[in-house]
Design a binder for this molecule. Sequence first.
Ligand code: HSE
Length: 431
Amino acid sequence: MRIGVLGFGTVASATVDSFVSNRDLIRSKTSTNIDVVRVATRTPARAEGRVPAGCEISDDCWDVVNDDSIDVVIELTGDVAFGKELILGALSSGKHVITANKALLARHGDEILAHAEKAARSVLFEGAVAVSIPIIKTLKESAAANRVSSIVGILNGTSNYVLSQMSEQGVDFADAVRDAQGKGYAEADPTLDVDGEDAAHKISLLAALAFGFPIDFDAVEFSGISDVELIDIEFAQRFGYQMKLIAHARLVEGRLDVGVEPTLVENRSMLAQVRGSMNGIALHGDLLGSAFLYGSGAGGVQTASAVLADVLELANRGSGGGPADLGFQRGKTTLPEYVPALDRTRAFYIRVQLDDRTGSLAEVGAVLAGAGVSVSVLHQDRSRDGVTDLIIATHTISTEQLGQVLPLLRNVAGPGHSVVVHPILDAEIAP
Ligand code: HSE
């Protein structure tokens, strides 16, 4: 099996290095001869001396895509528009494709997989989500006979690393992001990590795989961690929670609820124990019950591990493509019905900054009672310079109720004072 690699950035170079370092082991697991025969990169000098003997280095990706002697193209350019052209070109010319390009799959996955089906070629993408966790293979294979009801996870290693550094070391947000970039966790554009978009790409792929709908990236509401304040991480910890960037996809009475946002997770949940650049995924299915998967969520070598697993899958499958590669279920073209945002019900953490004056607590109480919001935790912090933080954890309420109370709480808080809200993860879907 002759392989061409597109790109030579963090993941592509780690893939080639890992192939070279583990070549004998990889070859011992298949009767197919596997060789990396071409690498294409805009900066060929980076690849000199790092490719296997006899591997050609080119500065034009189309040299690889148009090379008839190549069986498998590994697309690791990280570019959505160019990556799509290259993948479609590779499939049209009869090659199987392996990619870790989740942004591309989230936006164009259905088109690409339809193209692959027509060409009877495979598109494998284990490296696209939670790199060291075999979640794509789990959903396609191990959990295939299940009606999956929910997937909840920490899917962005960079954000989890940043939140962990902030909560454990008191490190500043910008320093923690720089550190994550230096360690090779972050995307080329780290705003994709910290604004929640990368996790949204990943949960849209998992939702499509788990529930058998076409991918609908535009339906995924997401927000990231760049506005998360250290004070809320600390209050969360005082009340037995960790702040995590949680991606969720679940079916509620046949309707899909999917999104990404900074969320408080109870300490007793396994998701709360996921620290640093690790990822964790809780899965519920009608047959399997609950499963929790944990592993590295980012890093060049860790992604290479998933990409090379796809290489072995193709090598051991033989030359055909086939339904097993079609992660998103065939013939399913109808988009799901979504849970309307206002109907969503959750518990919330609310921090209201208040002037420490007689009656402000009663005003907050009246606002909450007026909207039928029941409180499970209430704490007023010691005031500094006449200003105090009131911490409220609500029982389960609807987004509509939250929408009623927020402007009123802002009125009570007054100008220059903030009202901060984060959802609390439902313990039922977070073992
Ligand atoms: N930048 C991603 C993350 C890594 O931090 O999780 C690969 O998906």
